[in-house]
Design a protein around this ligand. Structure first.
Ligand SMILES: Cc1cc2nc3c(=O)[nH]c(=O)nc-3n(C[C@H](O)[C@H](O)[C@H](O)COP(=O)(O)O)c2cc1C
Length: 174
């Protein structure tokens, strides 16, 4: 099904501050593990998730450029933090602060990725939602997805430059 056609309920889901939503993927982003908190919040069964691309829970409000930055960073063997809005199986949504890290084979190549997600502060969600709305508007203004993503990335980089911060500093100031 095309992402754009997925049903959304507008209902937000919550999880506790001491809970961590965990998943692991292979190097291509196919899910190899999801913990119980992931299953409960996302509304998917383990069988429905394993082997699926992680974009199965993608929410259409997420800017493409954020995932581009995520993949660019983790494929280089570095970790990244990002606020992410996800779509539950029934169309509800939930916000997370994700920390995505690579795991390595003994020879140094990337074996897969691991994401730990915690409940964000409400003010951070409000700030991220506003930023993502702006980035999506930039991206959607161009017909071609690739051009749109490049424009979103340029907007994000301009914002960091104007504030004199790098991406990590920016995320933790949200
Ligand atoms: C370990 C890991 C965790 C990820 N977690 C999420 C997630 O929670 N939500 C999401 O939309 N994408 C997540 N992604 C990114 C997806 O792989 C994908 O790039 C994204 O959903 C955008 O979909 P697209 O690349 O098909 O446009 C994750 C990727 C990795 C490697």
């Amino acid at each position: 099904m095309k992402q754009e056609n997925l049903r959304l309920t507008g209902v937000e889901r919550h999880f506790d501050e001491d809970e961590i939503i965990v998943s692991k993927t292979d190097p291509k982003g196919r899910i190899t593990y999801a913990n119980d908190v992931f299953l409960r919040i996302s509304g998917y069964s383990e069988a429905g998730l394993l082997g699926q691309p992680h974009s199965i829970i993608r929410h259409p409000d997420m800017p493409r450029c954020v995932f581009a930055l995520m993949w660019d960073t983790i494929a280089k063997g570095r970790e990244i933090f990002a606020y992410v809005i996800n779509r539950a199986a029934n169309g509800d949504h939930y916000w997370v602060l994700a920390n995505v890290t690579p795991t390595f084979n003994p020879d140094g190549t990337i074996r897969g990725y691991h994401s730990n997600r915690r409940k964000p502060r409400r003010e951070a969600i409000t700030a991220a939602a506003g930023l993502y709305r702006q980035l999506r508007t930039e991206e959607d203004a161009l017909q071609n997805r690739r051009d749109g993503m490049a424009r979103g990335t340029a907007t994000l980089m301009d914002l960091l430059k104007s504030q004199g911060v790098d991406y990590d500093q920016f995320v933790f100031a949200l």
